[in-house]
Design a protein around this ligand. Sequence first.
Ligand code: ADP
Length: 295
Amino acid sequence: MELQISNLNKTYSNGVQALKDVSLTIPQGMFGLLGPNGAGKSSLMRTLATLQEADSGSITLGDIDILKNKSKVREILGYLPQEFGVYPKITSYDMLNHIAKLKGISNKGERKDLVESLLNKTNLWHVRNKSLGTYSGGMKQRFGIAQALIGDPRLIIVDEPTAGLDPAERVRFHNLLSEIGENTIVILSTHIVEDISNLCQNMAIICLGEVVAQGNPNDLTKNVVGKIWTKAIEKSELDTYQNEMQVISTHLKAGQTIIHVLSDEKPHSSFKKGAANLEDVYFAEITTRMETVSA
Ligand code: ADP
């Protein structure tokens, strides 16, 4: 089954055009949606999750029209929003049991099996009787996934999931997501390039409401191979370089400022050829667009 988004547009009442003719084809597996803050990621996620309306365009999941058949979509959707509130006094076991009941799983034995398997899958079994308010950030996120998985969803939407997680929690969360991605569509929205390069077979970069690139992360990276040049500079020289060439990113390494420049030719003999990666693709796509806006 494929998720097909075609020519989606959304302008908020304050005049901000958050989605501009967005078209994406999203196959089974993990799909990364990458973009800076304000790019339109959450607007797209909320529209997919049937929480807000688009002005025009269409979204289909297999033969289901998502924009027209909201109740059908909600049956097959798991959504983990950016801001995920939990009831602090209830245990994860009781909460999952409650949500399963709300989602129509009325058989007690079936519900018990489901809740127990979800608690095991998300590695929360040992804290199943602790109240959600005592959970760490990583545990809350895994609980979020557990609740999103109730009802055997075919589409799972995860919005900015790793903010606030420590490295070990992040790895555990990623492993869980990729396991789930083996037999469903999982859309992971984030501004963290590394999360996408580690996890996703397909991705899109969105900037100022527009899809500016989409494809396999390795194929997208091939487009900039041989065009990335790096140099260690003094911080005070940055303006000069930015005026003279297309500096797409700056990194600090052992106290030094390293610039990455996008250019078909070596910009100067003092530059070294950089090993292109997905972060270079991302910055190459977004820096010029963002500069146009802020200029
Ligand atoms: P992202 O998730 O990529 O950070 P959003 O979809 O939240 O982006 O926002 C896209 C743009 O739409 C931003 O300029 C944001 O300020 C604006 N926006 C988001 N939600 C609303 C809203 N409810 N009303 C008005 N503007 C909004």
